[in-house]
Design a binder for this molecule. Structure first.
Ligand SMILES: Cc1cc2nc3c(=O)[nH]c(=O)nc-3n(C[C@H](O)[C@H](O)[C@H](O)COP(=O)(O)OP(=O)(O)OC[C@H]3O[C@@H](n4cnc5c(N)ncnc54)[C@H](O)[C@@H]3O)c2cc1C
Length: 391
């Protein structure tokens, strides 16, 4: 098998890249190790930055998002029983975010790809990327019980944190920057209308909690739990009781309860692999970097990477210059590190570190108070949340 761009992974990064290349008249083949139902149902992110929304619209993949997505103009911070709303458009010159689940973004992109795009092979597992430094890198993969080879001009590893593409960068050239946190998120989906019309980020002495939503009828809620927690060890009632405690306010706000349809624990990690390119192999999305979900940046960073790659390749096709492809890693990493910083700031601002001293607890509350009372600090949060511009 032969193509121009071999894409490993059909998460948001791989699927959007295939779409962008198709629109630019560039051939690609997508290899995805899981089946279609699994990819379409995997619960993950749900907040699209303004820039991601713009990219999906320009790519012709936003019809359902514009119909069903929920535009949000702010978030609420909750701490010490108080509520503070951050007004995004007022602080950022009109920017907002869209609540539209990653599952839905993937469904829309898969449907488009199967209708109009190049091959998208499910249950096709990449085993290794070879000859990264040559003009013809290759992906060895298994499909329908046989081993095969995809010969490419370029390979883009969109295969997530556990994928194989990153191994194409020789160990002596790789640099890894990493931080793990001593807690994770217990996330639930519940068939109940959200108790608030915007996301609520709550800092509480018992730990962080987040109120979010997937639609006007489905709530998505999270609790900070110790690292290694088993989601099934929490009964539904214990989860609701704990959410109620952490969201409690001084006014008459009430949390709505409903049937829980899914429970899972997500670990929290910050991770960056440099460089994001070796020879003709490029890394995009979670294959190159992970952020803790507090800043809602993972999916949006993946979008930034593939837009950068697609533009660079289209530029080479038009002008014959590889200047933008050569700058890929540096260009992406500038944005990645801003998102890493923002996600780290949001995480340490809102979570209860089990080893925090009483002094550090007071400092955390003082940081929140500053966001709530100072326009400069509030603007910094609003700009980070609605997203860093694509270069
Ligand atoms: C459990 C979890 C929960 C998350 N929750 C949130 C959240 O609440 N909020 C938020 O903002 N972000 C969240 N994120 C982050 C966000 O979902 C990711 O940043 C986003 O999915 C990145 O997209 P991607 O396409 O780079 O990688 P992925 O979505 O991981 O896609 C990679 C794809 O590659 C495939 N693949 C892997 N190896 C191979 C192989 N060898 N051959 C072929 N295919 C392969 C995988 O099956 C997968 O489909 C979460 C991430 C995880 C893992």
């Amino acid at each position: 098998m032969r193509t121009t761009v071999g894409i490993i992974g059909a998460g948001p990064a791989g699927l959007l890249l295939a779409r962008l290349l198709h629109n630019a008249g560039i051939e690609s083949v997508v290899l995805e190790s899981r089946d279609r139902a699994y990819v379409e149902q995997r619960q993950r992110a749900g907040i699209l930055e303004q820039g991601t929304v713009d990219v999906l619209r320009a790519a012709g993949a936003a019809e359902r998002m514009d119909r069903e997505g929920l535009r949000h103009d702010g978030i609420e911070l909750r701490f010490a029983g108080k509520r503070h709303r951050v007004d995004f458009p007022a602080l950022t010159g009109g920017r907002s975010v869209m609540v539209y689940a990653q599952t839905e973004v993937c469904k829309d992109l898969i449907a488009l790809q199967l209708k109009q795009g190049g091959p998208l092979l499910f249950e096709a597992e990449a085993l290794a990327v070879e000859d990264a430094e040559s003009a013809r890198p290759r992906v060895r993969f298994t499909y329908e019980g046989r081993e095969d080879v995809l010969e490419c001009d370029y390979v883009v590893g969109c295969d997530g944190f556990w994928g194989v593409a990153r191994k194409a960068v020789p160990a002596e050239l790789s640099r890894v920057f990493e931080r793990t946190y001593p807690f994770g998120w217990l996330g639930i989906l519940a068939d109940v209308p959200p108790s608030h019309d915007e996301l609520v980020y709550a800092r509480h002495d018992r730990g962080f909690a987040l109120l979010s939503m997937r639609s006007p009828a489905v709530s998505r809620l999270y609790l900070q739990v110790p690292q290694g927690t088993d989601a099934q060890a929490w009964s539904d009632e214990e989860i609701w009781d704990e959410l109620e405690r952490r969201f409690a306010t001084d006014d008459d706000w009430r949390l709505r309860r409903g049937p829980i349809t899914s429970k899972s624990v997500t670990p929290m990690r910050s991770y960056v692999h440099e460089p994001m390119r070796h020879g003709r192999v490029f890394l995009a999305g979670d294959a190159a970097h992970i952020v803790p979900p507090t800043g809602a940046k993972g999916l949006n960073l993946a979008v930034g990477d593939v837009v950068t790659f697609a533009r660079a390749l289209a530029y080479e096709k038009e002008t014959g210059s590889s200047e933008l492809l050569d700058a890929y890693s540096e260009t992406c990493l500038r944005r990645v590190w801003q998102a890493e910083r923002f996600s780290y700031d949001m995480t340490t601002l809102l979570h209860r570190d089990p080893d925090a001293t009483p002094f550090e607890d007071r400092i955390q509350l003082a940081r929140l108070e500053r966001v709530a009372t100072t326009r400069a600090a509030e603007t910094d949060l609003a700009e980070g949340y609605t997203g860093f511009p694509l270069e």
